[in-house]
Design a binder for this molecule. Structure first.
Ligand SMILES: [Zn+2]
Length: 178
């Protein structure tokens, strides 16, 4: 897991963590700074990230830093992120050192760019598994915080099971044969 990158709603204090959004954050960084010296994380590109984050459920906007409210799921505005995602993807394609990242990011990047029609069946499956894994991780965190040990354990077991499938199918298949 990446280091936490907490943001919070100025109006209600709800908190989101952008550490789990490495593709969105990475594409915005590539769009802003280009591919040279690329690093993960949102440091230094906060204004650009604030512009593409969806509003909080209360209607407030998110700003960097922890808040005092409950945890929420980070969401991006599909219209606002389309253009930065496309410019970030172009920068990624122009940077040979980041070729491996391109492989892994491609399905999600296509969705962010509004080019879903280019997804293969395998890409769609990969995205669905990633969404399920993210939902299970959120459930583990929620149940743990609520003191629901059995629910947390069940979600964790399911996460490991699905995670194993994911790695076998999508990570190892990108590795060169031994
Ligand atoms: Zn709010």
């Amino acid at each position: 897991m990446a280091a936490p990158d907490p943001w919070s709603c100025r109006a209600c204090g709800s908190q989101i963590d952008l550490a789990g959004c490495s593709i969105e954050v990475g594409l915005v960084r590539l769009a802003t700074r280009g591919g040279d010296g690329f690093q993960l994380g949102g440091a230094g590109i906060e204004p650009e990230l604030a512009a593409v984050l969806a509003s909080c459920e209360c209607g407030g906007r998110f700003t960097p830093g922890p808040g005092t409210g409950p945890a929420a799921t980070a969401r991006f505005d599909p219209d606002a992120i389309r253009d930065p995602a496309a410019r970030g993807w172009a920068a990624l394609e122009a940077t040979p050192a980041l070729a491996e990242l391109r492989e892994v990011w491609r399905p999600r990047a296509l969705v962010l760019m509004g080019r879903e029609q280019e997804l293969s069946k395998e890409d769609v499956l990969q995205l669905r598994l990633e969404e399920k894994l993210a939902a299970l991780q959120a459930e583990v965190e929620r149940a743990t915080a609520a003191g629901e040990g059995d629910a947390a354990e069940a979600a964790h077991a399911r996460y490991i099971e699905l995670g194993t499938t994911y790695v076998r199918r999508f990570v190892r298949s990108h590795e060169p044969a031994a």
